[in-house]
Design a protein around this ligand. Structure first.
Ligand SMILES: Cc1cc2nc3c(=O)[nH]c(=O)nc-3n(C[C@H](O)[C@H](O)[C@H](O)COP(=O)(O)O)c2cc1C
Length: 144
């Protein structure tokens, strides 16, 4: 049974709700999970985990949040992602998901195997259906 690690940034709580629902999904199939804010994590958590989910809303102009998440993701460019399975998720508002498309491509370039090739994007605060989508993503990750 592999433990999953969920690392996220959230300014107003929408992506945090997503992170907690992904965690519920992981737990629902019996796996352990750590859910941590990016500000409280470090690269070793990524190196030591085989199942990972990363969450960040669209910020700036269709980019990752720039103070914490962007430098953290950049720091992972030399991590060996072979043997790791990851999921990406995040909330957005007015954009068309460009930040997520770029993020997916970037993680693929890092060598990561994604369970959700499109990333899970939710408009602003997740509704019940959105929460269910997050839980389903957590289950998918746990079973990977
Ligand atoms: C400074 C700032 C920049 C943003 N830039 C974008 C953007 O480029 N595209 C977009 O779709 N939404 C953008 N948003 C909207 C956020 O992605 C949206 O409010 C999201 O729900 C925030 O998630 P959070 O509650 O996890 O912080 C921006 C919001 C802020 C505060």
């Amino acid at each position: 049974m592999k433990k999953a690690t969920i690392i996220y940034w959230s300014g107003t709580g929408n992506t945090e709700m997503m992170a907690n629902a992904v965690a519920e999904g992981v737990k629902s199939v019996g796996n352990d999970v750590d859910v941590v804010r990016v500000e409280d994590t470090n690269k070793d958590m990524v190196i030591n985990s085989q199942l990972l989910a990363f969450g960040c809303p669209s910020m700036g102009m269709e980019v990752l949040e720039e103070e914490s998440m962007e430098p953290f993701i950049e720091s992972l460019s030399d991590v060996d992602f072979s043997g790791k399975t990851i999921a990406l998720f995040g909330s957005y508002d007015w954009g068309d998901g460009e930040w997520m498309r770029n993020w997916v491509e970037r993680m693929k370039e890092y060598g990561a195997n994604l369970v959700n090739e499109e990333g899970l994007t939710i408009h602003l605060t997740p509704d019940d259906e959105g929460i269910d989508d997050c839980k389903a993503l957590g289950e998918q990750l746990a079973k990977a």
